[in-house]
Write a protein that binds this ligand. Structure first.
Ligand code: MG
Ligand code: MG
Length: 263
């Protein structure tokens, strides 16, 4: 069942999203060669709790940390630990906050130090995919319009679109209906109505789109070992257009500002 959120609920989700955005911004600024992914996780948990939130991921189906950290060929769901970040790595950070009972969910992929031109292009295109998906979130359109826009851009740039993992509705639970694939047919799927809140999260691969699950039971990796990137926002569909509830002060695509929630 798809639940639509009231303006008041969306406002609470925006406050949740502000915590997620602020902490993710702090993590992006903290990332540097020599730190471990566990260091980032500790920073994230402190950042969320000090702002009155709870880390949604911690304990979710037994997940042991407050963020997911996925490096290079890891696509999503990497577990923070002893891994020491190296110059040239691509690091995906996925973070969720629960605040007053409402979840916000956001992710970015960032370069660790300087990265090669091909890696930088993958990041740019994946962030563009997210923006193109958000642009589709207008009343009168459909969930399939989001995936179609993401897929057309990624594949047009020669990249793969992961099929096994998808975006989702978000609200009192992290994963609500509907599923939001990053591929599909324009005009298909559930209608986008005011009050629908979705986590849109393109997962894009440099090579083939096939993925495997690591033996830790969580980390999703590209089968061919090539790079992957992941960007995510929590966005509300409103009569005034899409509103990004997890908009950051740093590292956003220039188009994101149009979708700022002014309430
Ligand atoms: Mg996420
Ligand atoms: Mg998500």
């Amino acid at each position: 069942m798809i639940t639509l959120k009231s303006p008041r609920e969306i406002e609470t989700m925006r406050r949740s999203g502000k915590i997620t955005a602020a902490v993710l911004g702090e993590l992006m600024q903290a990332v540097q060669p020599g730190m471990t992914t566990r260091d980032l996780d500790e920073l994230a948990e402190r950042g969320i709790r000090s702002r009155g939130g709870e880390p949604t991921f911690k304990g979710y189906r037994g997940f042991p940390a407050s963020i997911c950290t996925s490096v290079n060929a890891e696509v999503v769901h990497g577990i923070p630990g002893d891994y020491t970040l190296r110059e040239g790595d691509l690091l995906s950070i996925d973070i969720g906050t629960t605040y007053e009972g409402y979840v916000s969910d956001s992710a970015v992929t960032v370069p660790v130090g300087a990265v090669g031109a091909e890696a930088a292009r993958l990041l740019d295109v994946t962030q563009q995919c997210l923006m193109l998906g958000i642009e589709q979130m207008q009343v009168g359109k459909f969930v399939g319009d989001i995936g179609a826009a993401v897929q057309a851009h990624a594949e047009g740039q020669g990249y793969g679109v992961v099929r096994e993992l998808v975006g989702h509705g978000v609200g009192r639970a992290m994963h609500e209906e509907p599923q939001v694939p990053n591929y599909g047919k324009a005009g298909s799927g559930p209608a986008l109505r005011p009050g629908l809140v979705l986590a849109v999260e393109p997962m894009i691969t440099q090579g083939d789109r096939q993925v495997d699950i690591h033996k830790d039971g969580w980390t999703v990796v590209t089968t061919d070992g090539m790079l992957a990137a992941h960007f995510e926002h929590t966005i509300a569909v409103t009569l005034a257009g899409p509103r990004i509830l997890t908009l950051r002060e740093i590292g956003e695509h220039p188009d994101a500002e149009k979708y700022r929630n002014h309430r």
